[in-house]
Design a protein around this ligand. Structure first.
Ligand code: NAP
Length: 443
């Protein structure tokens, strides 16, 4: 592994193809025999530091259409939090099902699950049938894994019946020194970013792109007013940038003055601190409080000069969904991709149908959408929102930060990269965007 790391660090990328793929590598994993370890505990008490381990594992066999990547850096997504607390289900069920799909996928069904759905690194080896990528290519990977043997996936790849999220519903993810991907997950690494910066946007940036911008999502247009929950978080920090870039007007919801300051530095002018406002959308476990929805709606109108929002960018789920449906404008869109606070949503349907609002579901992104989202990063139109970087040995703490909502934007993890700041190929372009790249640092 050292030889590979040295070749990458010394920029001897032509030599990469001649190096042997190591037989084993260090990886962040959960163990099947520990999947019941948190039974009986409340969600917040489940500690990823106890379930995420860094261990040496055998390198998987490389199949047709696949690539092995030397991973310089990765990042923590909320899906790694879900995997590490075995909620809402243990991910070993996903691996078992995937293992039954074909001879090629059987290798994914193991008593351990190597997690992680982002990476920045260098292609080490490609399998038969891969022509677009070669050893030595500097890449990032999006996390859509598809088989594409069914016609349903050939219009929008997210519709493939065998659609999975790599590193969550498949094994051999990006929080590791090596990763196994399908070659159609690869995209060029933006040259002005370091390894850890390049690894940060992938999953959330692509998801926000489909959810907010794509015609498969809310199809945002210039002038739209967009309510963005968690606007300084993983998804929200990219949605906010896309709204500002696309000529829309974000109304950013955050939970502290520090987070409000961050979104203001990004250029957002309309900000709601939900903690200061003390919204209580639920009176008790079973009853929502429409007066609180109204109070949020009134606050939005105060900020927008009397307008309701065209789009609500939803992901907190149960806690906020009733309010989200209520505050959307007549004919507006509530676009949802998650249920962090609970997946059994309830809302008053009268406000939906009488006002012809639409609830649109969104999930990750197809290859084209992920590519477009990465292109925005490459062009310097969207910037990584990396606030903190951990070494791989401290990945449990990194996941705990995200689990406890003690982070901003994205939390990075160094895998093969020995330190931060390496891997920049275009220092001039970096200089142009330095303020934006560093906006979240140390936040
Ligand atoms: P994140 O970085 O933790 O950000 C979520 C934000 O939500 C937090 O920053 C927090 O902001 C806000 N929030 C938390 N609890 C809230 C509540 N009770 N009410 C209102 N806001 C609340 O996570 P993320 O990466 O953005 O992911 C968010 C969710 O989306 C997760 O459940 C994740 O699994 C899911 N997701 C789904 C997809 C997909 O493809 N379907 C892709 C990415 C993520 P404040 O505290 O500042 O309000």
């Amino acid at each position: 592994m050292n030889e590979i790391r040295d070749a990458i660090l010394s920029n001897s990328l032509d030599a990469i193809g001649g190096l042997a793929v190591p037989e084993s590598y260090r990886a962040v994993l959960v163990r099947k025999d520990e999947q019941d370890m948190f039974q009986g505990l409340a969600t917040k008490e489940k500690d990823p530091r106890k379930s995420l381990h860094v261990e040496e594992v055998p390198t998987p066999e490389l199949g047709p259409g696949e690539a092995i990547v030397a991973v310089m850096a990765s990042s923590v997504n909320y899906n790694t939090v879900w995997t590490s607390i075995f909620e809402p289900v243990s991910t070993f069920g996903f691996l078992e099902r995937y293992g039954r799909v074909s001879e090629l996928t059987r290798k994914h069904d193991l008593p351990y699950h190597v997690v992680g759905s982002d990476l920045a690194g260098v292609v080490l080896k490609v399998g038969p049938g891969v022509n677009r990528w070669k050893p030595g290519d500097q890449v990032v990977a999006h996390c859509l894994s598809v088989e594409l043997e069914d016609p349903a996936g050939h219009d929008d790849t997210m519709m493939d019946p065998q659609q999975r999220i790599w590193g969550f519903e498949t094994n051999f993810g990006g929080l590791a020194e090596l990763a196994l991907v399908k070659s159609n997950q690869l995209m060029p690494k933006p040259g002005h970013l370091s390894w850890e910066e390049a690894a940060a946007p992938g999953l959330v940036n692509s998801t926000a792109y489909r959810q907010l911008v794509s015609r498969n999502g809310a199809n945002m247009k210039q002038g739209d007013t967009v309510l963005i929950w968690g606007a300084s978080g993983g998804l929200g920090s990219y949605a906010t940038q896309m709204a500002l870039n696309g000529g829309a007007i974000p109304v950013c919801v955050v939970s502290s003055p520090e987070k409000a300051e961050i979104v203001r530095r990004m250029g957002a002018e309309l900000v709601i601190d939900r903690s200061a406002e003390q919204y209580a959308f639920w009176k008790d476990e079973h009853t929502q409080d429409p007066r609180e929805w109204q109070r949020l709606g009134k606050k939005i109108r105060e900020l927008t000069g009397g307008e309701d929002v065209d789009i609500v960018f939803e992901h907190p789920g149960r806690e906020t969904f009733g309010a989200s449906v209520y505050v959307a404008k007549k004919g507006g869109t509530i676009v949802t991709c998650a249920s962090t606070t609970g997946y059994m949503h309830s809302y008053d349907n009268r406000y939906l149908w009488m006002n012809l609002k639409r609830i649109v579901s969104s999930h990750f992104a197809n290859y084209k959408e992920a590519w477009e989202a990465n292109r925005l990063i490459e062009k310097g139109l969207i910037h990584p929102t990396l606030s903190k970087v951990y070494p791989m040995a401290e990945v449990g703490q990194a996941a705990l930060d995200v689990h406890r909502n003690a982070h901003q934007g994205k939390v990075g993890v160094l895998t093969l990269a020995p330190e931060e700041g390496l891997g920049v190929r275009d220092p001039e372009k970096r200089e142009q965007h330095l303020e934006a790249i560093n906006r979240f640092r140390g936040a």
